[in-house]
Design a protein around this ligand. Structure first.
Ligand code: HSE
Length: 431
């Protein structure tokens, strides 16, 4: 029986999960795939910390080069995260003729062009199933299960921490700050939680999904990114009263010959499947020409689920190596019908808007006058409280409007004397 040797770089949370699976399921995997996946070496800068899995000390090293330069190692799994030295390790491993598995969404979103090109030059592959949606097999599904499809759109809840926070606000009436505290306590936020709450982690994942569906590895600077840190409990509750949930959505959507790629809090109808995705769960809703609309759902973070995806990649690569197969394109091709990326100013959307205005005669007329001037049509309006001569919330839903028109209208409204604070606008999607 063929034996494939794996070197693991990163013995942290996900790395420990991989070690555990490769140990506990060694025989199960061997029976299933007819190949022995052998963990030959594990590298981490800390090899003394207690972990929830026991390993032979002889496997441990602090020196990644011992893995990269070992000619017997066929695959490296990079699970340290971050850009450096992960990029250097992957580059060196590819140059030494090894295939690579990584969960590093930030690295692939930022440096993927160079790394995928290098892998292609060396007839090696980089697999990255764990980088989006943890154990949800979304990458393999897009690449293989849906290989004959063209894609229209992706709507993803791909950051568990943000989804947990918004769910806590909506279900348990917690403030943003309280809910973030809970998320940190549970330990699934990134080391730097701003990556989660400011939408960056979602954007990294969206870049990879967009690459798979539309063949373009868009740069982070080409993705419009807005996080959830400005979302107030009041808006979550007003949206709910109106029949909507607020979700942090990662959106890639074809509109004619343009592609919109954006991450932002979004109102979606309460009865849409994505609205019932709560807590740390992730879901990716994909529209395609042949298979139609599909929803991929599951826990979006956690040791075992992410490790499950890493092991799936190891198995795929082990099979490829055994059969001498190199998959040069990963089934990714450029969608040539897309001419350009649409700028956020040019998108058209419905919006939820909250004004904080003095409760006095004529205020609503003034606001709607400015909206009318910019061609913006109101779908519904509610004044939430009644405090004579004080600032009160006025909540509106507006029909489809161009973002730049809405921004210009809000800037003018915010300059009206009787407006107490900056107006809030949240985009809506029918999905
Ligand atoms: N911090 C990420 C999340 C972990 O909350 O979804 C998985 O990438």
């Amino acid at each position: 029986m063929k034996k494939i040797n794996v070197g693991l770089i990163g013995f942290g949370n996900v790395g420990s999960g991989v070690v555990k699976i490769l140990r506990d399921k060694k025989a199960y995997l061997r029976d299933k795939i007819g190949i022995e996946i052998n963990l030959s070496k594990i590298c981490d800068k800390d090899i003394t910390a207690k972990r929830n899995v026991k390993v032979d000390r002889a496997l441990l090293t602090r020196n990644a080069e011992e893995i990269i330069n070992d000619p017997k190692i066929d695959i490296i799994a990079e699970l340290i995260g971050g850009i450096h030295p992960a990029k250097e390790y992957i580059t060196a491993a590819l140059k030494k003729g090894k295939s690579v598995v990584t969960a590093n969404k930030a690295l692939l979103a930022q440096e993927g062009r160079e790394l995928f090109a290098l892998a292609g030059d060396r007839n090696k592959n980089i697999y990255f199933e764990a980088s989006v949606g943890a154990g949800i097999p979304i990458i393999k599904s897009l690449r293989e299960g849906l290989v004959a499809n063209k894609f229209y759109s992706i709507f993803g809840i791909v950051n568990g921490t943000s989804n947990f926070i918004l769910s806590e606000m909506s279900e348990n009436n917690r403030t943003f700050k309280d809910a973030l505290g809970q998320a940190k306590l549970r330990g699934f936020a990134e080391r730097d939680a701003s990556l989660d709450i400011e939408g960056i982690d979602s954007a990294h994942k969206l870049a990879l999904l967009t690459y798979l569906c539309f063949g373009r590895l868009v740069g982070l600077d080409e993705i419009f990114i807005e996080g959830i840190s400005e979302i107030s409990l009041a808006d979550v509750n007003y949206a709910k009263e109106l029949g909507f949930q607020i979700k942090l959505l990662a959106i890639a959507k074809k509109e004619g010959d343009e592609l919109e790629v954006r991450v932002h809090p979004t109102l979606i109808p309460k009865n849409h499947l994505l609205s019932s995705v709560t807590g740390i769960f992730n879901a990716i809703y994909v529209s395609s020409d042949l298979a139609g609309n599909l929803l991929f759902y599951g826990p979006g973070a956690g040791q075992t689920c992410a490790a499950s995806a890493v092991v799936a990649d190891l198995v795929d690569l082990a099979k490829d190596i055994q059969s001498g197969l190199f998959r040069p394109t990963l089934n990714v091709v450029v969608d040539k019908s897309i001419r350009k990326l649409r700028k956020i100013d040019e998108i058209e959307s419905r919006y939820y808007i909250r004004f904080m205005a003095l409760d006095k005669p004529g205020m609503l007329a003034k606001i709607s006058g400015v909206l009318a001037k910019f061609g913006i049509s109101i779908a519904s309006v509610t004044q939430k409280e009644r405090h004579k001569a004080q600032v009160v919330p006025i909540v509106m839903i507006i029909h489809e409007a161009k973002e730049k028109n809405l921004r210009a209208a809000l800037a003018e409204i915010d300059r009206l004397g009787a407006i107490g604070q900056k107006s809030i606008a949240i985009r809506m999607e029918e999905v």
